[in-house]
Design a protein around this ligand. Structure first.
Ligand SMILES: NC(=O)c1ccc[n+]([C@@H]2O[C@H](COP(=O)([O-])OP(=O)(O)OC[C@H]3O[C@@H](n4cnc5c(N)ncnc54)[C@H](O)[C@@H]3O)[C@@H](O)[C@H]2O)c1
Length: 356
């Protein structure tokens, strides 16, 4: 069976083929390239180098591996066009050569881990963003993509769901999630200040729950947690009553949209990105779908998490209003939840050693 990630990369490439020629011969800096989203960016550009470009696109990947896994991009290790630098992006980064594009995808993103590393999370999103924008200024960058989050909206009030980009949020600024939510918000503020003051061509993406291959199985986000249970034939364990709802976006749709944002001219703009093709699902419904498609007869059980802040300030509902990205960037998510989960489970089965 063809590797699921390669299948995804081919699909992404075919969907963005009209806009990618500008990357030929250019240099792209990706932070967090050993992580879930950054890893896909590296894979897509690498695939373009191998199949489309005569002049290779140079990739500089910065990651300090605080939660990333170097095995995720091991296949690219010997590619001459990839330079991996183990660097903490909360420290300034100096580079002599030209850089054309920056994709800032380095941040601890799993709530379990950002609660363990709150200061590192703040630093990556605030100091990291500041240093990278300073670098952008020196390099006369063509585009800068900041991976923000739908968490900037906090726990939206019912009349603001689905949530549009102009919603100002309902965020606790001292709670256990604040290190992430508030540092993403300040990261966006810094981006807009550099755009306003220096004309840096900044774009902001606000992802709504991406999932798929490449997300570490021990990452502690809900989909990898539940798949981890079924692959171990353990009870499918929910650390809540399962009533909170989410929408989930498969990674190939997400990366297609992120390239559309990066390579657009919508400087100084923020875009929601996710999947609105189906209604929100509750965490209990999600568990049942994973149980069904895995063919696993494990019971679904509810337990109290050992992490006392597991549910603290957890948003009850999260659903994107995608009118803006649909209208301006013709974004169209295509992978439904069942298909995406099937692909994910298949990938985890074949790559389990990568993550265990
Ligand atoms: N996956 C999602 O659904 C989602 C949702 C909202 C926002 N985001 C944002 O997208 C970006 C990527 O998320 P992901 O899911 O790929 O996360 P991930 O945890 O899989 O990857 C993040 C990567 O960043 C690296 N990193 C963290 N701090 C660093 C630092 N100081 N210096 C260098 N490297 C550092 C980690 O080692 C890891 O490889 C993050 O900014 C995240 O906040 C993701």
């Amino acid at each position: 069976m063809e590797n699921i990630i390669i299948e995804d990369i081919k699909k992404i490439t075919s969907e963005i083929k009209g806009i990618i020629s500008v990357l030929e011969g250019s240099t792209v800096l990706v932070t967090g390239g050993s992580g879930f989203i950054g890893g896909y960016f590296l894979d897509v550009i690498s695939f373009l180098n191998e199949t489309h470009f005569d002049k290779k696109c140079k990739i500089i990947c910065l990651d300090n591996l605080i939660v990333g896994d170097s095995k995720r991009i091991a296949a690219l290790a010997y590619k001459k066009y990839l330079e991996f630098i183990n660097h903490d992006i909360s420290k300034p980064f100096f580079y002599e050569g030209q850089i054309d594009y920056i994709i800032h995808a380095a941040s601890i993103a799993s709530p379990t881990f950002y609660r363990q590393y709150p200061l590192e999370t703040i630093d990556a999103n605030v100091l990291g963003t500041r240093h990278l924008l300073q670098l952008a200024l020196e390099k006369k960058l063509k585009s800068f993509l900041f991976m923000s989050s739908s968490e900037v909206y906090g726990d939206p009030t019912p009349e603001n769901i689905p949530t549009p980009e102009n919603y100002r949020g309902n965020v606790s600024f001292t709670g256990s999630r604040a290190c992430y939510d508030e540092s993403k918000r300040l990261g966006e503020t810094i981006c807009m200040a550099f755009y306003e003051k220096h004309g840096i061509p900044v774009k902001v993406a606000r992802p709504f729950n991406f999932y798929g291959p490449g997300l570490r199985i021990d990452d502690k986000r809900v989909i990898s947690d539940l798949i981890n249970n079924v692959l171990h034939n353990e009870p499918i364990t929910l650390y809540s009553n399962g009533s909170d709802t989410r929408t989930f976006c498969y990674i190939s749709d997400a990366i297609t949209g992120l390239f559309k944002i990066l390579l657009s001219n919508f400087n100084g703009e923020a875009f929601n990105i996710g999947n609105d093709n189906q209604a929100e699902v509750s965490i209990l419904e999600l568990a049942k779908i994973i149980q069904e498609i895995s063919g696993n007869s494990s019971q679904i059980i509810h337990k109290k998490s050992a992490d006392k802040n597991y549910l603290k300030d957890n948003p009850h509902r999260r659903a994107p209003d995608l009118s803006k990205i649909r209208k301006f960037l013709q974004y169209q998510p295509t992978i439904d939840l069942k298909t995406g989960l099937q692909k994910s489970i298949e990938w985890y089965k074949h790559n389990y050693n990568l993550c265990s």
